[in-house]
Design a protein around this ligand. Structure first.
Ligand code: PNS
Length: 165
């Protein structure tokens, strides 16, 4: 019998910061893959609120309940990073139809670059279908409460960053 090849997936994103929507996708990806690598994209053209180290740290603190999940960061092309890690899949979360156009473009470009890496779309729980990191940042900066959208330690860091005078 052939030995079972472990299935590795990359879950890439900005994660600025991680939300319960991302965590929901990570949980679903764990059902499908032996190993899930959450990969924080380092894009010199973007200026995220949190540094690469802060984003990685917040993710690590948010995923302690899952096994087979690692956190890392990457520069440059996602498919190159995925190949380096021996991954066969890229995970992306879909919330609503508005996500679809961008996601399809990205998936098709990535497929053109390497057709052996399969983009896999997972649907978030409907309770997170309207959630993204930007809306959480706006909510916190305007004095709102985001405890139902992000883990407590992330909520605390957001308050420290966005409400300090
Ligand atoms: O959380 P985001 O911002 O929607 O994530 C987008 C991300 C980081 C997955 C995407 O921009 C990406 O893959 N960046 C790496 C550069 C790359 O490979 N681009 C794809 C060629 S179209």
């Amino acid at each position: 019998m052939k030995p079972h090849k472990i299935r590795i997936a990359i879950y890439p994103g900005s994660f600025d910061p991680i939300t319960y929507g991302h965590i929901d996708i990570i949980k679903r990806a764990c059902f499908l893959f032996d190993k899930v690598i959450i990969a924080v994209a380092v894009n010199p053209q973007k200026s995220p609120l949190f540094s690469q180290e802060e984003r990685v740290d917040m993710i690590e603190k948010s995923i302690t309940e899952f096994s087979g999940v690692q956190v890392d960061s990457f520069h440059g092309l996602l498919v190159e990073y995925a190949k380096e890690k021996d991954a066969t899949a890229i995970i992306r979360g879909l919330r609503a139809v508005t996500d679809f156009e961008n996601e399809m473009q990205m998936a098709l470009v990535n497929r053109k670059l390497d057709e052996n890496i399969v983009t896999t779309f997972l649907m978030t729980h409907d309770k997170y279908s309207y959630l993204n990191s930007s809306i959480v940042k706006e909510l916190i900066s305007l004095g709102g409460d985001a405890k139902c959208f992000v883990p407590l330690h992330v909520n605390k860091r957001l308050i420290e960053k966005l409400r300090k005078q």
